[in-house]
Design a protein around this ligand. Structure first.
Ligand code: ATP
Length: 346
């Protein structure tokens, strides 16, 4: 185990920013800490980096208890959202700054610099100042500075959030491929579920200072632990509606077939992803209330007994508002949640 976090807490006065968090990261794994604004993910990363002291709990990196060690003794490198480049230094000086501080020999610095510059395609820009570079190039320099340190663990806090969508996509792939090629153990903080789903070996989703689910991207999507996760991952989010047989008897049962015989309908919520609902000749009647055309797909909004559900269909669908359609689905695609606790029922 490369990183092990045990029951870590952080209080700022009366604010409990991190409330008893435990997880571990294997060597060479890319773990994403995901969650909405204010959930405590940046605080947690700063605790792991040693930029803030923990209130309680322990942090181990590569088998060593680093809980009370300063950042320089933790054998990690970091990349921040702000890049934190020195404006008066050129690209070369920014990248090698940390090595010079650590008095790494000059020929060793040159060897590592060449490798990093080749990896990141920065060769033509070594003499430029950060202010002369695009956001993407500045981000590369920040990455270069982290990689050149050759630390076994890298921590990243929203490193792509200042970039436009297209550049974010390509940098995302670049970071992943670097991480795999160099075998770095990485913790990557983001509020962006797409970033988390595409990059992570494992995702830790936080809410109010606690972990809600710690799992593979596949399980996050297919087996969300509760309705919060189900709604957080996926665009548009999972449809979650009460099972309500008192409203028309057959509500949300496919083709009139009892989906969950013997279950108390007031106790459960029915969840299904938009792509797992199909428009069919027969099945659950629903009225079309709207349509969103994206080119590759059309999202059709429908209403069933006052509940809105969204159906994702391929290509273009010219369905008018007010049309009555029929919906079907495979029982295997249904997620059931406890209506009171909102937790997944298996
Ligand atoms: P964001 O994505 O908006 O940065 P986050 O998930 O990273 O959010 P944190 O920045 O870790 O969340 O903040 C978690 C909680 O701790 C928030 O309520 C925040 O106001 C509080 N907090 C963070 N840093 C401090 C501090 N230095 N002093 C007091 N409260 C703080």
């Amino acid at each position: 185990m490369q990183i092990e976090i045990r029951d870590v807490r952080k209080d700022y006065g009366r604010v409990q920013a991190v409330r008893g968090v435990s997880f571990s990261v294997e060597e060479g794994q890319l773990l994403v800490i995901l969650g909405p604004s204010g959930c405590g993910k940046t605080t947690l990363l700063r605790l792991i980096a040693g930029l803030e002291p923990v209130t309680s709990g322990t942090i181990h990196i590569a088998g060593t208890d680093v809980t009370h060690l300063p950042p320089v003794k933790r054998n990690i490198s970091m990349v921040f959202q702000s890049y934190a480049l020195f404006p008066h230094l050129n690209v070369r000086e920014n990248i090698i700054f940390g090595l010079k501080v650590r008095k790494v020999p000059a020929d060793e610095i040159e060897r590592r610099l060449k490798r990093v510059v080749d990896l990141l395609g920065l060769s033509g820009r070594l003499d430029s100042k950060p202010g002369e570079l695009s956001g993407g190039m500045q981000q590369r320099v920040a990455l270069g500075r982290a990689i050149i340190a050759e630390k076994p663990v890298t921590l990243m806090d929203e490193p792509l959030s200042n970039l436009d969508a297209k550049l974010r996509n390509s940098m995302r792939r670049e970071i992943c491929s670097l991480q795999r090629r160099l075998g770095i153990t990485m913790i990557y903080v983001t509020h962006d579920q797409v970033e988390a789903m595409t990059m992570a070996d494992r995702i830790v989703l936080m809410r109010d200072g606690q972990i809600v689910q710690d799992d593979s991207p596949e399980n996050f999507y297919e087996r969300p632990a509760n309705t919060f996760v189900a709604r957080f991952i996926g665009t548009p989010p999972m449809n979650i509606v009460p099972l309500c047989p008192t409203q028309g008897g057959a509500a949300l049962e496919p083709g009139g077939r009892l989906l969950f015989p013997g279950m108390d309908p007031d106790r459960y919520l029915f969840g299904i992803r938009p792509e797992n609902l199909r428009l069919a000749e027969s099945g659950q009647p629903a009225m079309v209330t709207g349509r969103e055309y994206l080119g590759s797909d059309t999202f059709v909004s429908c209403e069933i007994h006052g509940q809105e559900v969204i159906v994702r269909t391929r290509g273009r669908r010219n369905i008018r508002e007010g049309t009555v359609v029929h919906l079907t689905w495979d029982p295997g695609d249904v997620n059931l949640f406890d209506a009171r606790t909102q937790e997944r029922v298996d």
